[in-house]
Design a protein around this ligand. Structure first.
Ligand SMILES: Cc1cc2nc3c(=O)[nH]c(=O)nc-3n(C[C@H](O)[C@H](O)[C@H](O)COP(=O)(O)OP(=O)(O)OC[C@H]3O[C@@H](n4cnc5c(N)ncnc54)[C@H](O)[C@@H]3O)c2cc1C
Length: 382
């Protein structure tokens, strides 16, 4: 019998496994694929804080990013230059494998090519895979099985309210390796991106809820060059109503713990995994796995970044109601030196709330604030 079985060896699952093992818990991580980090479903853009949370070497880092170029619907470019590296572009395959290796080094067991199919009446996980059909007994499950979480389905837990579709192509393209490009007009309910991905390579993609394939095809047409790799994936927005229960803690995409302003899930996934490991250690020590004991996990991640996700989700809802001209007006904040200063000082890819509150105090931001109020900002600040 294991103390903890983690289902899924993405960044959230491998971090949870490593942190549980470090806390002295007997831990098994189960992954359906034969290779960790494959297939890649990610643009690989992480804040430096997110990358540090992963606890890995520099091996996966392709570029350091110091700024972003926002392209308006008319093709004008507003540049945000932080002056120092704030983010990095990673090779997700290498990153995921390094986190998994650190889980093994910490003492966790790992079973690849093994799929969790069912949960037995006694609470064991029934798996199929290279070792045939098995039943694994555990005191606690950490569900890190991604956006389509089969564990949540098996346990009858309601899921995230919104599912974005993301499409991306890796192309031969030369661009400044220190900047990412953001194209809001490419996807009217989210945005498109162009991200440097190694020498003369870039990742071009977008996310959205409607007409995603058509919009992506139109966006990609601007880059008439061979594509070497296509990515299709889904991103959950909005956290599942309850992230614990039935001897299980839900982390990362499985719980919908994704930043709704960017679709990035590595930072929140890895942080949620650390909270889950802390609570797993407490529950094992006290030998208590009832919902009351597990609820400590939700209290902890909410205290850490719950308000950021709430604000982010409301901004996502508001984004869909903005016209291209209104988005362009909002991008003009980058032309005002006093606002740009605040953005440089308080801007944080993972925690946008502080910047938002700072901007709201600046007179130069008032016209834009009025626009946002007309669009329902008061509901955002509730
Ligand atoms: C197009 C696109 C671009 C993105 N770009 C970024 C970005 O730039 N930055 C960022 O931070 N995030 C980005 N994301 C989101 C990011 O990829 C996810 O948030 C992140 O991978 C979540 O990690 P996770 O470990 O929670 O889940 P996953 O990485 O999805 O891992 C889940 C694992 O569980 C395994 N699994 C599932 N079911 C079972 C089962 N029954 N048995 C055994 N194993 C199972 C899967 O094989 C998988 O390995 C992007 C997503 C998409 C789709």
């Amino acid at each position: 019998m294991y103390d903890v079985v983690v289902v899924g060896a993405g960044p959230s699952g491998s971090t949870a496994a490593r942190e549980c093992a470090k806390r002295g818990l007997t831990t098994l991580c189960i992954e359906e694929h034969g290779t960790i980090g494959h297939p890649v479903q990610c643009a690989g853009l992480l804040s430096l804080a997110a990358w540090q949370e992963c606890g890995v070497s520099q091996k996966s880092v392709l570029h350091e990013i110091r700024g972003a170029r926002f392209v308006t619907s008319a093709g004008d470019v507003h540049t945000l230059d932080a002056g120092v590296p704030k983010a990095c572009v990673v090779d997700r395959g290498i990153l995921d494998r390094e986190i998994a290796a650190s889980a093994l080094a910490a003492g966790a067991d790992l079973r690849l090519k093994t799929y969790v199919q069912r949960i037995s009446p006694s609470g064991g996980l029934i798996t199929t895979g290279v070792h045939g059909r098995e039943e694994v007994q555990t005191r606690l499950i950490i569900a890190a099985d991604g956006v389509r979480s089969g564990i949540a389905r098996l346990q009858g837990f309601p899921r995230s309210p919104v599912l974005l579709t993301g499409l991306q192509a890796e192309i031969r393209w030369e661009m400044d390796p220190g900047y990412v490009e953001v194209h809001p007009h490419a996807s009217p309910d989210f945005f498109g991106w162009v991200i440097p991905a190694g020498k003369n390579r870039a990742r071009v993609g977008l996310c959205g809820t409607k007409e995603v394939q058509n919009r992506f095809d139109r966006f990609l047409c601007r880059y008439p060059t061979p594509c070497t790799h296509h990515v299709t994936g889904a991103i959950p927005l909005g956290v599942m109503p309850r992230t614990y229960g039935k001897r299980t803690l839900y982390v990362g995409d499985a719980a919908g713990l994704v930043k709704p302003t960017s679709g990035g899930g590595v930072y929140t996934g890895v942080r949620s995994a650390r909270h889950a490991a802390d609570v797993a250690a407490i529950c094992c020590e006290r030998d208590r796995f009832d919902d009351g004991a597990l609820s400590l996990y939700e209290q902890r991640w909410k205290k850490d970044f719950g308000r950021e996700l709430r604000l982010g989700f409301r901004l996502f809802q508001l984004r869909g109601s903005l016209t291209p001209e209104e988005v362009d007006r909002l991008l003009s904040v980058l032309d005002d030196p006093s606002l740009l200063d605040s953005i440089k000082t308080y801007g944080d890819m993972d925690r946008p709330r502080r910047l938002f509150l700072q901007l709201a105090k600046k007179p130069a931001f008032y016209p834009l604030l009025r626009l946002l109020v007309q669009k329902g900002l008061h509901q955002i600040l509730r």
